[in-house]
Structure formats: structure tokens, C-alpha cells
Design a binder for this molecule. Structure first.
Ligand code: ME8
Length: 538
């Protein structure tokens, strides 16, 4: 699984590591798919890519979950961690390393990182009295809380953001001098590119202006209350705060403290959800600056998926399992939908009807029909793909002109969209080209030309139509590899595009490349339907 190419730029892409207190859902798959698409796009650019994901396994929340299932904590963590890994494998999330915070080398890395912070004078013993939210593993201040009536009529305080209850807590612990890093953080945030899209950059800037780092941060818990964690190296009566533990995964996944981590440091893109922006946009860069390390180049923060316009939650019972959804829509279909029907800055909505409409209109109709129109029995009984170097420029219709323009600009336009993390727009660029190819086919009516093959000009026109439409499919399939690697692979196999000719530079149309006029090819798997129509919603 390791991706490696010699002497090209090194890129490090990460996902958050997921809590093992519950099963994976489509939100987790979405984050992993966004990061995977970015990693794959970088591979197509022939960069050296390391891409990591994994599971976050310490903390009271996880202990409680193991208890609930009456399982030994190690067994429990392994069991759920395996489900996340299984999700990654099922949906082609091509990680180079899957890190677990219970891994021995990770725990050693956390202790090393702690020691560096301590030696540099950023940690001091302190105490904390205040509200603690176990579900968020976070201390909250009065202004983060609202009151709520329970079923028994009792009034309790809950987190305003998540609705989870808080408890009053008095404890001794170690603190990190977060307040010392306010100016450095502001300086880091001066470059708006470090947190994208800009609405989330604004949220962070606002937090800091509102005093978000004026209080120091508790970074350990008494082991008596929080036994499931990494022991503080200099004080076994304390365990490291789960968020510090978890954030260090981005270093330990690269081998830290072994010097080899430097090859990929700092992270190129760290993909996260909006729920963990504060941890990645304030605590994480502050910890890194304190340790003398460079903060990430870009944090890509996305919004959330709702289900039928409601927030996904266990209590509502509307949590969508990626495995179940993958059975309804195929693995590639689900991945396509999640990446295609979302924008990072706003929430997106999952409904059976919506998935069905998108998949049927784009994968089955626009893409699938184009392929079957050009390879069907009547139009193309021998399954030929006529040489596009010969026929690419021969059609003179307006529709063919427009299609050629689309094909020629596809590589640059889609690249720009991927580079701006607007994956849905990259898909738009491809779909636009495929729709234009369908219009060209409708105009030239190959099914009629096929009846007139004794007429030489009809026969040549037929070959040109098929060649140009298939060129649109080839270029589109290369550009869609980050989104649907398997489906694109299948198409490129059918078109007999060799593996070494599937890089981004190969999106250049062949009829422009001046390479020697190639022979016709035979389409492979010509009888198979590319993407069967879905029928699950009324
Ligand atoms: O926060 N829509 O883990 P977690 C889209 N362990 N994405 C969603 C989502 C939704 N409805 N719900 C969750 C943790 N996510 C920590 C992270 S990293 C050092 C430690 C995604 O299992 C989104 O990426 O609660 C969110 O940030 C992440 O899952 C939270 O996963």
C-alpha cells in the first residue's frame, strides 16, 4: 500500500482518527473519502504521498462503551477499530498507514512529545474546577452551556453545541501554556489558506478574538478518574488528555520520534469535520509551535451530513451505516454520491431518493449510456474503438467542436477544482464533458450511420463519432479516478488504457499529442452494464 515515487514532492494527507465508542457511519466514510480523493489526485500528479487514518481508542467514553458491551477493553477496541479498517478497505480508502492510539509506538511518541513540551517549559502543574463533558472529552465554560429538562423533570446543564450533559469536576492536573501562543496563532492564521474554506477560517479567527486561547489548557487527568490513557511520563498518577494523545497520531503515524517523520512534515492537508475545528485549528498548531515543529499547511474543514434533513444521532436511530448504504447503492455508488453531492462549507443531506436520482442520472444515464451507445451491437458489432489520432478532428459539427473544447480543457479545469478541494466541481467538469459527448452522439445518430456502412463517408463518420465519444470517456475516467477508483479503473481497462497511461498528464487528448497514429483497439467487456440503475426509493 505504500505509495512511492522517486524525487517528486512529498505530500502528507490525513483524516481524523475515529473514536471507537461507536460503529462507523457515512460521516466517517465521507471524511475518509475526501482525504482519499485528495491523496489519489496527488498520486496522479506523480507526487510522493503518505496518507494516514486510524482509530482513537483512549478515554472514559471508550471505557464506558466497552463496559456497556461487557467486553474487555482491549478486545473491544480491536473489534471496533477493525470495523473502521474494514470500512476503509471496502470503500477503497487507500491509506498508507492505519494508526491506533493503543499501538505501543504511538504511546511512546505521545510520551516523547510530552517530554519535549515539558523540557521547553510549556507545561506546569495546575488544577481545574469546572464543567466537564465526557462525550466531548472537553471542559466547558458557563457560556458553552444551556439548561435542559430531563424526562424525570430535573433541570440539568448540557453543552449548547452538542446537547450532551456536563458534570462538575474538581481535579489536579497539568496545564499547557496555551495563552503564550495567541500571537503565534494569529500570525499563522494570517494566511487564509491554512484553514479552508474561508467560513471556517473566520470561525477560528473569531474564537481567538473572543479569548479562545486566553485560558491555559488542562492536558492531563488524574489516572484514578481516567485510567484508560497514556501515562504522563514523569507522573504516573496522571494520564495524558485524550485530545493531546489523539493529535500526536499525525506524528506517530510518520514514525515520530524517529527522524524519518521529517520527510513528510508538515502535513499538506488535514481533513476534519467542523465539530473538531477548535482542536485542530487552535490546540494542535499551538502544541506544534510549542514543540518547535511546523504547523500544518492546510486544514480542510467540512460540514456535516444530515439524514432526511435531521442531524444523525444514535438516540434518533437515524445513523446510516456505510456498509448498509453500500449494499443499496454499491460501494462506488455511495462514494460517488458523498463526494459529488456535498460542499465543504455547508451541511449536505442524505436521502434515499437523492442518492438514487444522482446515481441514475449521472452514472447510469450520462456515463453508462454513452458507453453502451458506442459499443452496442447495432452501432459497433465488433466492439472497435477506432483510433482517435486518426478520427479525433474529422467531425465538423458544432456539437463535435464543443465536445473537443470540453475534452481539451477538462484536465486543467478539473485540476484547478481538485486543488481548491472542490471535488464536486471537478465531477461537474467531467459530467459536463460527458453530456456534451451524448449531445454529439445524438446529433450524428450513429445508429443510422451504421445502416449505411456501404457508403464510405457514413462509415468514416461512424468511426469518428465512436472515437471522439470514447476519447471523452477515457479523459473523464482518468479525472474521476480520485472519486471512483474502481469504476474508473474498469472503464480504463475496457478501453485498454495501460496502467502507466492513467496519470493526470494523460488527460491531454490523444488527437492533440502528435503521437504516431495509433491502431484501433477492441473494447473489452463489451456486454457488461457499467452502472445498473438503482431503484430503492419511491
Ligand atoms: O472526533 N458528517 O472522532 P469521531 C460528516 N477521535 N462528517 C462527520 C459526521 C457527519 N455527520 N459525523 C462525524 C473524533 N463526522 C476524534 C478525532 S483526531 C486527532 C481525533 C466525521 O469518531 C468528521 O470528520 O467523533 C468528524 O470531525 C469526525 O468524523 C469525528 O469523528
Amino acid at each position: 500500500r505504500a505509495y512511492s515515487q522517486v524525487s517528486n514532492p512529498n505530500k502528507y494527507i490525513t483524516t481524523p482518527i475515529f473514536y471507537v465508542n461507536a460503529d462507523p457511519h457515512i460521516g466517517h466514510l465521507y471524511t475518509a473519502s475526501v482525504a482519499d480523493a485528495i491523496a489519489r489526485f496527488n498520486l496522479l500528479q506523480e507526487n510522493n504521498v503518505t496518507f494516514t487514518t486510524g482509530t482513537d481508542e483512549h478515554g472514559n467514553k471508550v471505557l464506558k462503551a466497552a463496559d456497556h458491551f461487557d467486553l474487555n477493553i482491549d478486545e473491544y477496541c480491536k473489534f471496533i477499530s477493525h470495523k473502521f479498517r474494514d470500512m476503509c478497505d471496502t470503500f477503497d480508502i487507500g491509506y498508507s498507514d492505519f494508526i491506533r492510539t493503543t499501538d505501543h509506538h504511538h504511546q511512546k511518541a505521545v510520551q516523547k512529545f510530552w517530554t519535549v513540551l515539558e523540557e521547553k517549559g510549556h507545561i506546569y502543574p495546575g488544577g481545574y474546577t469546572g464543567w466537564y463533558c465526557t462525550a466531548e472529552e472537553s471542559y466547558l465554560t458557563e457560556k458553552d452551556l444551556v439548561e435542559k429538562k430531563t424526562e424525570t423533570g430535573e433541570t440539568i446543564k448540557v453543552s449548547a453545541e452538542t446537547g450532551h450533559p456536563v458534570e462538575w469536576s474538581i481535579e489536579e492536573n497539568y496545564k499547557f501554556k496555551l495563552s503564550n501562543f495567541e500571537d503565534d496563532l494569529k500570525h499563522w492564521l494570517k494566511d487564509v489558506k491554512v484553514v479552508q474554506p474561508t467560513n471556517f477560517h473566520k470561525v477560528l479567527t473569531h474564537w481567538i478574538e473572543e479569548g479562545g486561547c486566553s485560558n491555559d489548557l488542562s492536558i492531563s487527568r488524574p489516572a484514578a478518574r481516567s485510567p484508560w490513557g497514556v501515562p504522563v511520563p514523569t507522573d504516573a498518577s496522571q494520564t495524558v488528555y485524550v485530545w493531546l494523545d489523539a493529535l500526536v497520531n499525525y506524528l506517530s503515524a510518520l514514525g515520530y520520534p524517529d527522524e524519518s517523520y521529517k520527510k513528510f512534515w508538515p502535513p499538506t492537508v488535514q481533513v476534519i469535520g467542523k465539530d473538531i475545528l477548535k482542536f485542530h485549528g487552535i490546540y494542535w498548531p499551538a502544541f506544534l509551535m510549542a514543540a518547535g515543529l511546523e504547523p500544518p499547511k492546510t486544514i480542510l474543514c467540512h460540514s456535516h451530513w444530515t439524514v432526511n434533513d435531521e442531524k444523525m444521532s444514535k438516540s434518533k436511530g437515524n445513523v446510516v451505516s456505510p456498509f448498509a448504504a453500500g449494499k443499496l447503492f454499491t460501494d462506488e455508488g455511495l462514494r460517488y454520491f458523498l463526494l459529488r453531492d456535498s460542499v465543504p462549507q455547508n451541511d449536505s443531506n442524505y436521502s434515499l431518493e437523492r442518492v438514487q436520482n444522482i446515481l441514475n442520472s449521472e452514472l447510469a444515464d450520462t456515463l453508462g449510456n454513452l458507453v453502451s451507445r458506442c459499443t452496442g451491437k447495432v452501432v459497433n458489432p465488433n466492439g472497435e474503438i477506432p483510433s482517435v489520432s486518426v478520427y479525433g478532428k474529422t467531425l465538423k459539427s458544432e456539437q463535435a467542436e464543443k465536445l473537443r473544447k470540453n475534452i481539451e480543457s477538462l484536465g486543467d479545469s478539473a485540476k484547478q477544482q481538485y486543488e481548491s478541494f472542490l471535488i464536486h466541481h471537478a465531477v461537474d467538469v467531467v459530467m459536463e464533458t460527458l453530456r456534451s459527448a451524448n449531445q454529439m452522439v445524438e446529433y450524428h445518430k450513429p445508429w443510422q450511420l451504421a445502416k449505411e456502412t456501404e457508403n464510405e463517408s457514413s462509415s468514416e463518420e461512424l468511426k469518428a463519432v465512436i472515437a471522439l465519444a470514447m476519447e471523452a470517456v477515457r479523459v473523464g475516467a482518468i479525472a474521476l479516478q480520485p472519486v471512483v477508483p474502481k469504476l474508473s479503473g474498469k472503464l480504463l481497462d475496457s478501453l485498454r488504457v495501460p496502467n502507466h497511461a492513467r496519470k493526470w498528464k494523460d488527460t491531454k487528448p490523444k488527437y492533440l499529442s502528435g503521437e504516431s497514429k495509433s491502431e484501433s483497439e477492441k473494447f473489452k467487456n463489451k456486454s457488461g452494464i457499467l452502472f445498473p440503475k438503482v431503484k430503492v426509493a419511491a
